[in-house]
Design a binder for this molecule. Structure first.
Ligand code: ADP
Ligand code: ASP
Ligand code: MG
Length: 418
């Protein structure tokens, strides 16, 4: 069993500029800009922040399901669209919403400029569909901010070192926002979304779930890696590596949301379990007849991020992110090994920093799963996570039962500090 290994990220060259304090990066997700009325509301929120004196950078996602529609359109035209062309297409959604927000801001009497990721100086590697940011050349943004404008940046995209348009993986606008906050030395990165913060479980599945007031980077990494899609995993890695404080909060209210920052003692006191996360689909592969070193070497060359690994005699079972599936399949086919994919599996994970110091979490977790009569296919652990791979029709009730077993619906779970 292996722990999820997080990618190391390149050092960001932050332009040293005096007086850039007071900068705030505000990111709005797809639901928050889903129609013209919502776009106008986002515009007035950005203008409000500007009027209170901050230098404001807005990052927006594509409207509603626009990205999904563009992906579906590509597949109607071509069964296997070329990754470069797919990125040209799906990066368009963010360009639409960011131009619209800039127009709405102008109507409120404030100057604004919209920029594509490329114009904003977001430089990535060449891995289409899941590119990593290697550099942020922020001078154009600084210039526009100095001219007293609100700067809108199209999320989810950049320009590669080969001058092609790239995208950063699904949910990638979060990473755009965090990278900009890091490069601009912003006070905080505010992630505005359709829920009030990070909850003890997906509030759409568990209505009693509680909003967490503070979460450490380490816990948020595990939560994001195991399915809490409210933040893209890579954005949390970036925030931790560059010390960017994140505030996840609602677009539709002024209530404070969840702060993600360095662990402190008060957090630890109340941090037995921070949440129960889930995914409904996992890519799990079973391979036979190839040496592990050789297998993982070819998966690494194909840039597949292997998550969980289990070896039983000559069989190896491993999981990898869904978006790496085409690369994993190619690498496995090229090895000439016997392999198959296990379909129909989801994953339920219990995450919490307090697991390290409180015995009994594993006992309670396994007893709860057994009490449900659920048979996990396999189990993976890290010092702060226990994850069950199980048939996806069992996912919902397992999440609810574990949430209840750890009393995460109680006020105690919130970590509210007086
Ligand atoms: P956006 O479009 O704003 O980026 P996302 O759909 O990517 O929003 O992420 C927000 C969604 O994440 C919520 O609507 C919620 O259903 C889901 N979610 C899953 N787990 C959690 C969790 N633990 N806390 C909060 N939201 C969660
Ligand atoms: N629009 C992109 C997506 O749907 C990026 C994002 O929303 O962050 O994945
Ligand atoms: Mg998102």
């Amino acid at each position: 069993m292996a722990e999820a290994a997080y990618e190391t990220l390149p050092e960001l060259e932050t332009e040293e500029r005096p007086g850039s304090a007071g900068t705030v990066v505000m990111k709005f997700g797809g639901t928050s800009v889903a129609d013209p009325e919502k776009i106008r509301r986002v515009a007035s929120r950005l203008v409000g922040a500007r009027r209170s004196g901050a230098r404001v950078v807005g990052v927006v996602s594509a409207m509603g399901y626009h990205t999904d529609e563009l992906v579906a359109l590509a597949h109607k035209v071509s069964p296997r669209p070329k990754p470069r062309e797919l990125d040209m297409l799906i990066s368009v959604g963010e360009r639409v919403s960011c131009a619209l927000v800039a127009m709405a801001i102008a109507d409120l009497g404030t100057d604004a400029i919209s920029l594509t990721g490329s114009q904003a100086g977001i430089v990535t590697d060449t891995a289409h569909g899941r590119a990593k940011i290697v550099e942020v050349k922020a001078h154009r943004i600084h210039r526009a901010l100095d001219e007293d404008r609100i700067v809108l940046v199209a999320g989810f995209q950049g320009v590669s070192t080969e001058y092609d348009i790239t995208t950063l993986g699904r949910g990638g606008s979060d990473t755009t926002a965090v990278a900009l906050a890091g490069a601009l030395g912003a006070d905080a990165c505010e992630i505005y979304t359709d829920v009030d913060g990070v909850f003890t479980a997906d509030p759409r599945l568990v209505p009693e779930a509680r909003k967490l007031h503070a979460v450490s980077y380490e816990e948020m990494l595990e939560l994001a890696a195991s399915g809490a899609r409210v933040l893209q995993l890579r954005s949390v890695e970036f925030a931790r590596n560059h010390g960017v404080k994140l505030h996840v909060r609602s677009t539709f209210t002024d209530e404070p949301g969840t702060w993600i920052r360095e662990e402190d003692e008060r957090m630890l006191e109340k941090a037995l379990i921070s949440g129960v996360t889930h995914t409904v689909e996992e890519a799990v592969y079973e391979v036979e007849g190839v040496a592990p070193a050789e297998l993982f070497e070819s998966l690494a060359t194909a840039e597949v991020n292997v998550d969980t690994v289990i070896q039983m005699d000559s069989r190896i079972v491993f999981s990898a992110p869904l978006e790496d599936r085409p690369h994993a399949e190619q690498a496995l086919a090229a090895l000439g090994a016997r392999w198959s994919e296990q379909h129909g599996l989801g994953k339920v994970s219990v995450v919490g920093a307090g697991m390290k110091s409180h015995p009994g979490v594993a006992a309670r977790t396994f007893a709860t799963v057994r009490g449900l009569g659920v048979e996990p296919r396999f189990v993976a652990t890290s010092p702060i996570k226990i994850a069950f791979y199980l048939p996806h029709e069992e996912v919902d009730r397992t999440v609810r039962a574990l949430h209840e077993a750890f009393e995460l619906g109680s006020a105690e779970a919130e970590r509210q500090h007086a």
